[in-house]
Write a protein that binds this ligand. Structure first.
Ligand code: NDP
Length: 234
């Protein structure tokens, strides 16, 4: 069935792979982007998820151009790594604001239409690190763990309205985000992956597409790891 899908941060990396997966299946896909043009073949809307007014305006634009959002993929995310002792407060609050509060902003705005339609699919891109923790990532891990509590609360609040909320927890995926890692950290991470390789963004996209599909209608409040075995299902 063709749906209206919004992917935050869908202009590159994992978000772009997710957007392309939904588009290939015949859905109407809109990606948020903060600058420039949307990727070719996809609809775009400018939106910074740290700005409530921008989120509201982006949804209004999608609604007027394509109809209410039926599938929301909260994928936008940032890192500002550093050891706890040396982490400036804004490195913590900025990461929480983008990764967790940003997901909350888009969820609150999207669920208005979903409740009315008595249908909705909310999918949050967390991380294996949200459940295992990682040195140098107290901010990022806290934001990603927070998505699990948020998804499960939304799942309980809106289950009766036909809205499901699930989390995908990727492991190590080759994107610009992981290109920033030091060689030493990359070696450590690779050594901890039972499957012995990184994931492609497309492998994450397949899991997201499944959770949005009719086949996943009875799955809500779940965390689906796509991590090569790093978290062993958590
Ligand atoms: P990238 O750095 O390649 O892309 C991040 C995306 O998020 C970009 O589209 C970026 O937009 C967008 N974004 C960041 N901040 C904001 C904001 N304030 N408002 C709107 N959009 C924003 O990262 P990945 O593709 O690797 O990561 C995607 C998601 O997957 C993230 O949530 C990340 O935490 C998660 N993840 C990634 C893993 C990995 O190994 N790569 C592993 C586990 C989880 P712009 O282009 O404007 O900067």
């Amino acid at each position: 069935m063709s749906r209206v899908v919004l992917v935050t941060g869908g202009n590159r990396g994992i978000g772009l792979a997710i957007a392309r997966e939904f588009a290939a299946a015949g859905n109407t896909v809109v990606v948020t982007h903060r600058s420039g043009e949307p990727p070719e073949g996809l609809h775009g809307v400018t939106c910074d998820v740290t700005d409530s007014a921008a989120v509201d305006a982006a949804f209004s634009q999608v609604e007027s151009e394509h109809g209410p959002v039926e599938v929301l993929v909260a994928n936008a995310g940032v890192t500002k790594d550093g050891l706890l002792m040396r982490m400036p407060e804004e490195a913590f609050t900025d990461v929480l604001d983008a990764n967790l509060t940003g997901a909350w902003r888009v969820t609150q705005r999207a669920t208005r239409g979903m409740m009315k339609a008595r249908f909705g699919r909310l999918i949050y891109i967390s991380s294996v690190v949200g459940l295992t923790g990682a040195p140098g990532q107290v901010n990022y891990a806290a934001s990603k763990a927070g998505l699990v509590g948020m998804a499960r609360s939304v799942a309980r609040e809106l289950g009766g309205r036909g809205v499901t909320a699930n989390v995908v927890a990727p492991g190590y995926v080759d994107t610009e985000m992981t290109a920033e890692l030091s060689d030493k950290r990359r070696e450590e991470l690779m050594a901890a992956i039972p499957l012995g390789r990184t994931a492609s963004p497309e492998e994450i996209a397949k899991a997201v597409a499944f959770l949005a599909s009719d086949d996943a209608a009875y799955i809500t409040g779940a965390v689906l790891p796509v991590d090569g075995g790093v978290g062993m299902g958590h």
